[in-house]
Design a protein around this ligand. Structure first.
Ligand SMILES: [Zn+2]
Ligand SMILES: [Zn+2]
Length: 337
């Protein structure tokens, strides 16, 4: 099952000419979840080439404007398009009051909003995976979110199955799904032909936060950690005052958690992305600093490591031809100014 993370907006606090405010899209199979919805997110979707995606859920890390001001426009457009499917909106306490206040702007919607003021723990279960919230440390109530896939069945040992008299076809599938089958007079149990269960993938997105233990716990062993890096380390004091992280601190978290790839977002226009990457990479080598519309592909462990695709691959390019993939750890070549 495909798992892609698309950076829809990567700027801190205010948009720049080349970066929108916070929004990160996670598409896994048929599920589409947006984490944060900064101002102009619907236009960023259009500019990304993905089109105005019908989301299943929007998870808000906290209720600062640069993380939710895109909601009214997006909801209004869904209404104009005649959406009828429910939309889940999850966020910290205060979310219901915020949406109540936005009602006057958005008007009546032809689809239900399932609003959940979340506590740490499970917030969404979608097709073999769950989204869990964990507490982060910011200047207001804040949550990070982790996509955690259920474990997968172990590798299927075809030779062992054949040796037990099972012929290829539907019986293989039934064994793989944990069913005991009969072959002639004999029983064949799944554990006779399956290896140990394989861990699912996990993607962790912090939103705005100081470095914190809860992120390390949530991200331990994750394929991808998307962490904010609003400052460089020589402004660590300022980071403490505003409850944000420096690039070095984000890298420390990634190293402690042992993630495969760290993607830094929530960038201030005062720093060059290459400076941010350099500082983080001195601590944690597998660090990328995506531009808007870059995508990270997260394959199953046996198929490789997460890869950053600058400019994206699943977006519709000219003639629908995907752009060439870049290697792991690739950094966007053009700095923002
Ligand atoms: Zn922010
Ligand atoms: Zn904030």
């Amino acid at each position: 099952m495909d798992l892609w993370v698309t950076f829809i907006g990567t700027a801190a606090s205010v948009p720049t000419a080349s970066r929108g405010t916070s929004a990160t899209l996670v598409v896994r199979g048929g599920s589409r979840v947006l984490v944060d919805c900064g101002e102009g997110t619907q236009r960023q979707f259009l500019r990304s080439g993905l089109g105005l995606i019908d989301l299943d859920a929007i998870l808000l890390t906290h209720l600062h404007g640069d993380h939710y001001l895109g909601l009214p426009g997006l909801l209004k457009t869904y209404a104009l398009r005649g959406r009828t499917e429910p939309l889940a909106i999850v966020g910290p306490p205060g979310l219901a009051a915020l949406l109540g206040a936005l009602q006057a702007v958005v008007g009546r919607l032809p689809f239900p909003l399932d609003v959940e003021e979340a506590q740490p723990g499970l917030v969404l279960a979608l097709d073999g995976a769950s989204w869990e919230a964990f507490p982060t440390r910011h200047s207001v109530r804040s949550l990070g979110f982790a996509l955690i896939e259920d474990p997968r069945p172990g590798m299927f040992d075809v030779a062992a199955a054949r040796a037990l008299g099972v012929s290829a076809g539907p019986l293989f599938g039934r064994l793989q799904h944990g069913e005991t089958i009969r072959v002639g007079d004999a029983e064949v149990r799944p554990e006779q032909v399956l290896g140990p269960p394989r861990a699912g993938r996990s993607v962790v997105i912090t939103g705005d936060t100081e470095p914190c233990e809860a992120t390390i716990v949530a991200a331990t062993g994750a394929e991808l950690l998307v962490h904010e890096a609003t400052f460089l380390d020589d402004e660590r004091e300022r980071a403490r005052e505003t409850r944000h992280s420096t690039a070095r601190e984000a890298a420390d978290v990634a190293r402690s958690a042992g993630v495969q790839l760290l993607a830094l977002t929530h960038l201030s226009s005062r720093f060059l992305p290459r400076e941010i990457r350099k500082e983080a990479a001195a601590v944690f080598g597998e660090t990328v600093v995506p531009r808007d519309f870059d995508q990270v592909e997260v394959p199953f462990a046996e198929r490789g490591v997460p890869i950053l695709h600058p400019g994206g691959v699943t977006r519709r390019g000219p003639a629908g031809v995907p752009q060439a993939a870049a290697g792991p750890g690739t950094v966007s070549p053009e700095p923002d100014l």
